[in-house]
Design a protein around this ligand. Structure first.
Ligand code: C2O
Ligand code: CU
Length: 486
């Protein structure tokens, strides 16, 4: 592999040693975090092996690309019933260190897959066993948590659907994974990160795909309801998802049900979705059999990624929307909640110096290797309590919190770019936006627009959980911190 930048193999080989050093540096009191091991009887077992494979992304007559995938299945989709105890063994079959992270799943911290903070890096040829209680139904995904611009950028990701027997019966269901690729005409990868992109909106791919194809032709019966699970698994791109030709309702965000919102009632009739965000849509097919199209309307050049064509017709049309059962999640206690505020910042000039360690600092080297992040700092997350001045020590947690306590966290974006901010291990309630553009909903990632302040609330779950932008280059160049919850 040569496309992820110069740090690739150095990280893979130094990762283990650095991780040990990093663990000691980052989590000195880790042993003191007592956590009773809950009895765990797996009801399902899977093995996920990361490896290389070929996929024709440029077209059937064009050269293939060597991508990364789990089990040689691009965006493989696992379906498990709600309540499953999943034992997932990650096997690293690629030639650099990696870990597996189940995005959005509420789980014991030790299975979260964040190198150094929760586990050592999984070296090539090694494995790691995750034990996950799948209590929340919904559309989730999994991906590596090391060199993500490289590994996820080359396709390493899969879908985890936790099914709920209480859901209404849809007449059709489709899973759509949206991802762009940075490809040269010979099918090889262009550099997956460039300073120009990493320090701004990100380094975009020009080959746009859905489930690895340029567009999808899908079927649903005329007059019926189709459930579409749409995942933005791109490293960079923010998409404005819109539907033409039929009625569409937003019925879940990041897997979690919300009272259905008609897409047409949202600003501009679209749902803006950053990397890692997912939505479930209920689409009612026209009774006359005419098609429905789905597109990303963000750029002037609309990307129509799917067409739903009528096949058959339903005998008893239902008006809709078909709402999902109410999300059963810990409800923050707003009266007693503690308040915190964090500001997303672009590091420029003096700020770069304040946030960044000098590149030749041994601590910086250890940190870069053990956390699997880039050597350059363009971004930061600052809290009122973040130490200022030359920040020569490993970042302390952004906040220390207490298990079971409710927190309201304000996320302010003082940069010129939108950032999809993700908190591990929790489902938080998105309560308010200063731009007043969001319905209340539960999520694990929230897009914060330039100049916007978004308020989220959650009940703290025990562990060391990272809090980061999911534009992967932003995360790897500084827009990441962590909460210690004891
Ligand atoms: Cu999709 Cu840190 O995660
Ligand atoms: Cu960002």
């Amino acid at each position: 592999m040569n496309s992820g930048g110069a740090g690739f193999s150095r990280r893979a080989f130094l990762g283990a040693g650095a991780a040990i050093g990093g663990l000691a540096l980052l989590a000195p009191t880790r042993a003191g975090v007592a956590r009773a091991a809950a009895p765990f009887e797996p009801t399902r077992e899977v093995t996920l092996t990361a490896g290389e494979m070929e996929l024709k992304l440029l077209g059937p007559d064009k050269p293939a690309t060597r991508i990364l995938a789990y089990d040689c299945t691009p965006f493989q989709t696992l379906r498990m019933p709600r309540g499953t105890r999943l034992k997932a063994t990650f096997v690293n079959g690629i030639d650099e260190g990696s870990t597996l992270h189940f995005h959005g799943i509420r789980m014991p911290n030790e299975y979260d897959g964040v190198p150094t903070l929760t586990q050592p890096l999984v070296q090539p040829g090694s494995r790691f066993v995750h034990l996950l209680p799948l209590d929340d139904p919904g559309t989730f995904f999994f991906h590596p948590h090391c060199d993500e611009t490289g590994q996820a950028g080359m396709g390493l990701a899969g879908v985890l659907i936790v099914e709920d027997t209480r859901d209404p019966a849809f007449d059709a269901e489709h899973v759509l994974c949206l991802k762009d690729w940075r490809l040269a005409p010979d099918g090889s990868f262009l550099p997956l990160t460039e300073p120009e992109g990493a320090s701004k909106a990100g380094t975009f791919g020009a080959t746009r795909t859905v489930n690895g194809a340029a567009a999808l032709e899908l079927k649903a019966p005329a007059g019926g309801h189709a459930r579409l699970r749409i995942l933005n698994i791109d490293s960079t791109r923010i998409m404005d998802i819109g539907v033409e030709g039929g009625d569409a309702w937003l019925i879940a965000v990041d897997g979690h049900a919300l009272p259905p919102v008609r897409l047409d009632d949202l600003p501009d009739g679209i749902w803006r979705m950053g990397p890692a965000q997912r939505i479930d849509l209920d689409i009612r097919m026209p009774a006359d059999g005419s098609p429905v199209t789905l597109g990303d309307y963000r750029a002037a050049d609309i990307y129509h990624f799917a067409t739903l064509t009528a096949e058959g017709r339903v005998s008893k049309p239902r008006k809709g929307p078909l709402a999902l059962p109410k999300a059963d999640l810990p409800q923050p206690d707003m009266k007693r909640a503690a308040r915190l505020s964090f500001t997303l910042q672009q590091a420029t000039g003096q700020a770069v110096k304040e946030i960044a360690l000098p590149a030749d600092d041994p601590l910086a080297t250890a940190l870069i290797d053990s956390l699997c992040v880039g050597a350059t700092t363009y971004w930061g997350i600052q809290s009122e309590s973040w130490p200022t001045g030359a920040n020569r020590s490993v970042p302390p947690p952004l906040a220390r919190m207490t298990t079971g306590t409710s927190y309201v966290v304000e996320i302010k974006n003082e940069t010129r770019f939108p950032h999809p901010v993700h908190l591990h291990g929790h489902a938080f309630e998105v309560r308010a936006s200063s731009l007043d553009r969001l319905p209340r909903h539960f999520a694990d990632t929230v897009l914060v627009q330039p100049g916007e302040a978004v308020e989220i609330a959650f009940v703290a779950a025990p562990g060391d959980w990272v809090f980061h932008c999911h534009i992967l280059e932003h995360m790897e160049t500084g827009m990441m911190g962590w909460f210690r919850i004891v």
